[in-house]
Design a protein around this ligand. Structure first.
Ligand code: ZN
Length: 722
């Protein structure tokens, strides 16, 4: 019916009809970027795709992925890669290959820790087994270890340094405590910082070794019931993890910026900036408590006191002997790649990825995501067998070694950099898919509106749409954080994207837009033995409802991008977002308006927003009219796809050349960091650099505005209707 409306005021009538229809239903009558005919077909296709997703099959996949420990570089992890490749072939995916990267790897040989004074205590360094969960009784499970710890042996006094952030060492210094040559004991959280940043900080302070333990205040009994009675971490749970300095260069430390293929140049280890030089070990609170309880030094500050029934002190007469032997040599990592070639635009790619390596079983991280992915790819394969092929190419990546410096995705992204820069429409990352019912969606600014729109078409297991559930959850979370901003479509998406997962190479190195998706919940067993099948079936997502919702959401998001006439990339929203980033920077304590004038950047971002508003005003009715020609659409999409690249600094952020995005990066703690080059210059008081970087931003914004004007001029050259 809609397609018959032509001539005169078709666009206007269509818009009115569309908005009337969408007032009654949450599925829009007209999907952004789709002509009326294509929109109707897309809604049908999506419902076919969604109904193909089976919770039972996801549970079966999840049982497979959580059946054996499979850290990166092990035979078990290779077997997982092989299984994924075989399944994908059976499902009907095309060009399935396993890519091998020979990277500097890490594995433990032996670890031991004893307190030698004032009392003797031998750390267990293992997690307790429970009869109700036979998987906790597997002899293949590793003891405590940290990826990329240095090898070595030390006997030294132990100092408690709270969270191990730089300001914590200031407090120690005020108490006359120097950590040089000592063993530093720190907590994982409070406030959270990436363990690699704790390692770098301890190394810079001259500490001989670093112990990182899980305090019950953060993920244990102070939060609620512990495993196997609840979702929180029990007494012996150990948070494994790597400490590579991947906030400087992710991936193989010896091939910064290029892929670890056979014959590739490798830099000497002495020049690898991401390689730690400190001995490190993770501890359960069971093993940390004897060290803390026997300290007799000054009482630690109030906010350093944790959840154990002791008085936390800064140090004193506790002496420990720590020995760590590592094998940090070359190992093969395996990335699995598959695709469904696009019927009309095979050289425009939508990439979907998840990692397959896990510290132990990876019940949540990443096996929930891997299980959601396998069911999603099965549904795409089933459509293909019925002759349904998306217009653009879907590429699937099952990364390896994410847990060790984001390595598999980084090497793959570096290997195919040239192709990805021109062909990649967007990257959709799912690491953990479901640890509970609370949805978190993130997107680089240009993709935020389309993500909101997609969630209106997805049912949430709680009833109602995912969109409504997401707004509700976010409102509750903001209340808990005393954030007074009312939740709306304009701010529900997290557009402040940091690092810590596989989207990093695509956003920060290659300058492609990304989306990240996750369901979260109470989860205290991260990177421990207890993050397993039992945990998922009792606490995380019994019934696999959220896993299935993720398969649907992830797949539908990909379909929208793969099927759209005009790509749903929104620079009006992006311009507005960049203005917020600038306003945030002006609130930075180090910012001095007398030394750096951000008005030109504000003006340029505003200009991008207002020009994009006009562009969208021309584009939307043109798309809705269904009368844009194929060549007009092709040139509009070519322009839209160029947009993100305008934000790439060829030489990267000063001091961190691998990170090239002018808007996005992360702090060394992994926390998000917007406008990284300007912000880091401001924070170090380098006003010449700050000014220079602000000028680069203005140029990038102006280039973006020019691009939007070109899009508008193509859209406005709509041929006169017949
Ligand atoms: Zn993960």
């Amino acid at each position: 019916m809609l397609i018959q409306l032509r001539c005169a005021l078709p666009a206007l009538i269509l818009l009115v009809l569309a908005s009337l229809a969408s007032a009654q239903s949450d599925t829009p009558a007209l999907i952004s970027g789709f002509s009326p005919a294509h929109s109707a077909a897309e809604i049908k296709l999506e419902s076919q795709f969604k109904s193909a997703i089976s919770r039972d099959r996801i549970r079966d996949y999840h049982r497979y992925f959580t059946s054996v420990p499979h850290p990166a570089g092990t035979k078990a992890d290779y077997d997982v890669a092989q299984y994924i490749a075989d399944e994908w072939k059976k499902q009907g995916l095309e060009d399935v290959v396993i890519r091998q990267y020979d990277v500097l790897g890490t594995r433990p040989v032996s670890t031991s820790l004893e307190m030698v004074a004032p009392k003797k205590y031998s750390a267990v360094l293992r997690e307790q087994s429970y009869d109700v969960d036979p998987d906790t009784n597997n002899p293949e499970v590793s003891s405590a270890w940290i990826g990329f710890s240095a090898s070595g042996e030390v006997t030294a006094p132990v100092v408690y340094a709270h969270s191990g952030n730089p300001e914590d060492y200031d407090v120690l210094r005020q108490h006359g405590i120097d950590v040089k040559g000592k063993i530093v004991l720190v907590r994982y959280s409070n406030p959270y910082s990436y363990r690699g940043f704790k390692a770098l900080t301890a190394q810079r302070m001259g500490a001989a070794a670093l112990l990182i333990y899980s305090d019950p205040a953060e993920d244990g009994y102070k939060k609620g019931k512990v495993f196997p009675d609840g979702p929180w971490g029990p007494e012996s749970h150990i948070q494994r993890g790597a400490i590579t300095y991947d906030f400087m260069v992710p991936g193989d430390p010896l091939t910064p910026g290029w892929a670890s293929l056979p014959g590739a140049t490798r830099i000497p280890e002495s020049e690898a900036v991401s390689l730690p030089h400190i001995i490190a070990l993770p501890l359960s609170w069971h093993d940390a408590q004897p060290l803390l309880a026997n300290m007799d030094g000054p009482v630690a500050p109030k906010d350093w006191q944790g959840g154990l029934p002791i008085t936390y002190r800064l140090g004193g007469s506790v002496i420990a002997h720590l020995k760590v032997e590592m094998d940090n040599s070359t190992q093969p990592y395996y990335v699995v790649e598959g695709r469904i070639k696009g019927s009309e635009f095979p050289d425009e790619w939508v990439l979907l990825g998840n990692h397959h390596d896990a510290w132990v079983y990876g019940g949540v991280d990443p096996s929930s995501g891997t299980a959601s992915m396998m069911e999603m790819t099965r549904a795409f394969g089933a459509l293909l067998k019925q002759g349904v092929r998306p217009r653009r190419t879907l590429v699937f990546g099952s990364w390896d070694g994410e847990e060790v410096g984001l390595t598999g995705s980084t090497e793959w992204g570096e290997q195919f950099a040239d192709e990805l820069r021109t062909k990649l429409v967007a990257y959709l990352n799912v690491d953990s898919s479901a640890a509970g019912p609370d949805f978190h969606g993130g997107a680089s600014g240009s993709l935020a509106p389309m993500l909101v729109e997609v969630t209106r078409s997805i049912q949430d297991p709680s009833g109602g749409t995912l969109h409504d559930a997401w707004l509700k959850t976010t409102a509750v979370e903001r209340k808990e954080e005393h954030d007074t901003q009312a939740v709306s479509d304009a701010n529900v998406v997290n557009t402040r994207i940091g690092s810590g997962s596989d989207h990093t190479v695509f956003l920060n190195f290659l300058g492609r837009p990304v989306i990240t998706l996750e369901f979260d919940g109470p989860y205290g067993v991260y990177h421990s033995l207890y993050d397993d099948f039992y945990w998922m079936n009792h606490f995380g997502d019994a019934g696999y409802k959220y896993h299935a919702t993720m398969s649907q959401l992830w797949g539908v998001t990909a379909l929208r991008l793969a099927q759209a006439d005009v790509l749903p990339i929104d620079f009006e929203f992006y311009g507005n977002t960049i203005n917020e980033f600038l306003t945030d920077l002006e609130k930075n304590q180090s910012y001095d308006p007398a030394k750096l004038n951000l008005s030109p950047a504000h003006r340029a971002a505003k200009e991008l927003e207002s020009v994009s508003t006009k562009t969208l005003a021309a584009l939307k009715p043109a798309v809705a009219s269904g009368e844009l020609t194929a060549s007009q659409i092709a040139s509009i999409n070519r322009l839209l796809m160029k947009g993100e690249a305008n934000f790439i600094l060829p030489d990267g952020i000063p001091g961190r050349p691998w990170f090239k995005h002018i808007l996005y990066s992360s702090r060394y703690t992994y926390a998000h960091l917007e406008l990284p080059a300007i912000t880091e210059a401001v924070e170090s008081g380098n006003w010449t650099q700050a000014q220079h970087q602000a000028e680069i931003l203005v140029k990038a914004l102006s280039a973006e505005t020019e691009l939007m004007k070109q899009v508008a001029s193509v859209a406005e050259s709509l041929p006169v209707a017949h």
